[in-house]
Design a protein around this ligand. Structure first.
Ligand SMILES: C[S@@+](CC[C@H](N)C(=O)[O-])C[C@H]1O[C@@H](n2cnc3c(N)ncnc32)[C@H](O)[C@@H]1O
Length: 506
């Protein structure tokens, strides 16, 4: 992770974060919807734990992360609280941004964060520290409102920001946006050029290069020089070639200062995005409210984003099939838009609206709802997602002697095996007596049976040349003699420093 060096934002509690236990995710098949083979994930729970749960499988795989965290404006919205102490907000963001950073694809990953004036500058410095100041791409200004609020005490604020970072700005490039009718309409063909419509471009540049300052004689006979302090963009030789090729325009009467003809047929296959995004193009708060009202009229989500805003971000940052993540999912906009645009997605939401809004919305999307961007992208329905809950902590205090930790009684044996694999960095892949694998040659076995010499030998017999095995057991013979390729660990003793308890996570 790149550090900024001298400049650092500090606050009370910055370095107090606890190690987070990578929990397992438990699917609730009754809430999953549509295609059962879909890899899309809707996760209910705190995003810090959920992101940690995803880290092992998704590090370096996410192409676009969009987040719209609580802006910390001081309001208590119906569905979530937007008022925490400033330093707590910074700590919350820091912990989450660190994991988000590891999840981003090293070359093609980008992070987009909605924020307003309350925390924007603090968030920028924080992101500089985590993602590297050199990876800051820009700060988009989004016109979120149209009508001025005359009752505003100071100025009537009508924009938000979207901070944009690349994981690696030297390599990452946004996609071009499809050329709009409006942009194409600026190309005309007043001289009926057989190469088609064109637009005139400035032929002078703000630099003084003596060899590129020469007199041009217009067809009408007028002599022109580049304006003071500028030179022609083209050398005399190239200029003459351009004139011969009818690429220089002197105006309808042949008397204007020359300009270059830029043909529509020769421009790039798309347009580079600007950094000011107006409501006509990407929608505003009102449009977003209307969209979610159509989906959930009795309990309208307070702070949704318009689908067109997210569509523009995904157009710039992803292509079909790419993985998109939103860990502050709210009413589910990012997942809905990603789904309609044929991207794969992971959405995380802490509130009960994961059930009442995200699920309801995504089910309707899969059924082919026609609101938001549906018509523009030709959405017809289809696909699916799996609904996950976060497993509770693997270890819990013993009800009689709380200092002693024990396996959480809600864990089935399968959950225990999956959790231990995750904590030890093995991929959970049950196959006979093997529960997981961390490389071609390294395996793990977990058991509640008594682990003695005979038991270990029976496992060794299943190993191939050069393979090693980690055994986790609840009951282990004390004086076991083990060959070099076998390690035995005890449940729960050897898991204690890898687990955190519910009350310790914020
Ligand atoms: C501004 S809203 C996001 C709105 C969203 N962009 C939309 O279009 O609907 C922020 C959301 O973050 C959620 N949130 C806040 N803290 C969270 C946490 N620790 N884990 C997961 N979600 C959280 C809130 O419940 C809220 O729904």
């Amino acid at each position: 992770m790149q550090k900024t060096g001298k400049l650092e934002l500090t606050w009370v509690g910055k370095y107090e974060s606890k190690v987070i236990e990578p929990r397992i995710l438990v699917e609730n098949p009754e809430l999953s919807y549509g295609d059962p083979n879909s890899e899309n994930m809707l996760i209910h729970g705190d995003n810090l734990i959920a992101l940690k749960a995803l880290e092992q499988d998704y590090a370096g795989r996410i192409k676009c992360i969009y987040i719209d965290p609580p802006y910390n404006t001081g309001y208590a919205f119906t569905h979530y609280d937007d008022s925490v102490e400033h330093s707590i907000w910074l700590s919350l963001m820091r912990q989450r941004l660190e994991i988000l950073y590891t999840l981003l694809d090293d070359d093609n990953g980008s992070l987009w964060i909605s924020i307003d004036d309350d925390e924007r500058d603090y968030l920028k410095v924080l992101c500089d520290e985590i993602l590297g100041r050199a990876n800051f791409v820009c700060s988009v200004i989004w016109q979120k409102k149209y009508s001025p609020q005359n009752d505003a005490k100071w100025l009537s604020d009508n924009h938000d920001y979207v901070l944009v970072y690349a994981k690696n700005k030297a390599v990452w490039r946004p996609n071009l946006l499809p050329r709009s009718e409006e942009a194409n309409a600026r190309y005309k063909n007043p001289d009926n050029d057989p190469r088609g419509p064109w637009k005139s471009g400035d032929i002078s540049v703000k630099r003084v290069t003596p060899k590129d300052i020469y007199e041009v004689i217009t067809p009408s006979g007028r002599r022109v020089l580049p304006p003071a302090g500028t030179s022609w963009r083209l050398s005399k030789e190239t200029f003459d070639d351009y004139v011969a090729d009818n690429r220089i325009w002197f105006g309808p009467d042949g008397n204007n200062v020359p300009s270059i003809k830029r043909f529509l047929s020769e421009v790039k296959d798309g347009m580079t995005s600007l950094t000011i995004w107006l409501r006509e193009e990407v929608g505003d708060n009102q449009e977003a409210k209307r969209e979610v009202k159509e989906l959930n009229s009795d309990d309208v989500f307070d702070t949704p984003k318009p689908e067109r805003l997210i569509e523009k971000i995904l157009k710039l940052a992803t292509k079909e099939g790419d993985l998109v993540l939103d860990s502050f999912l709210g009413s589910g906009t990012t997942a809905a838009v990603a789904h309609k645009m044929d991207r794969r997605w992971i959405g995380i939401e802490l509130g009960n609206h994961a059930y009442t809004h995200c699920k309801v919305r995504l089910d309707k999307v899969i059924d082919g709802e026609q609101g938001g961007i549906s018509k523009a992208v030709g959405w017809k329905g289809g696909g699916g997602y799996k609904f996950y809950e976060l497993a509770p902590s693997l270890l819990v205090p013993n009800p009689i002697i709380p200092e002693i930790k024990q396996i959480n009684p809600v864990y089935t044996f399968e959950m225990l095996c999956e959790a231990i694999c995750k904590l030890e960095g093995f991929k959970y892949k049950p196959n006979g007596r093997i529960h997981g694998q961390s490389s071609e040659k390294r395996f793990i076995h977990i058991t509640k049976e008594f682990v003695n010499g005979e038991y270990v030998n029976s496992l060794i017999a299943t190993l191939g040349e050069g393979q090693s095995l980690l055994i986790y057991g609840t009951k282990i013979q004390s004086d076991l003699r083990l060959p070099d390729n076998i390690v035995v660990k005890k449940i729960p003793k050897d898991l204690l420093d890898k687990c955190t308890f519910e009350s310790e996570v914020r």
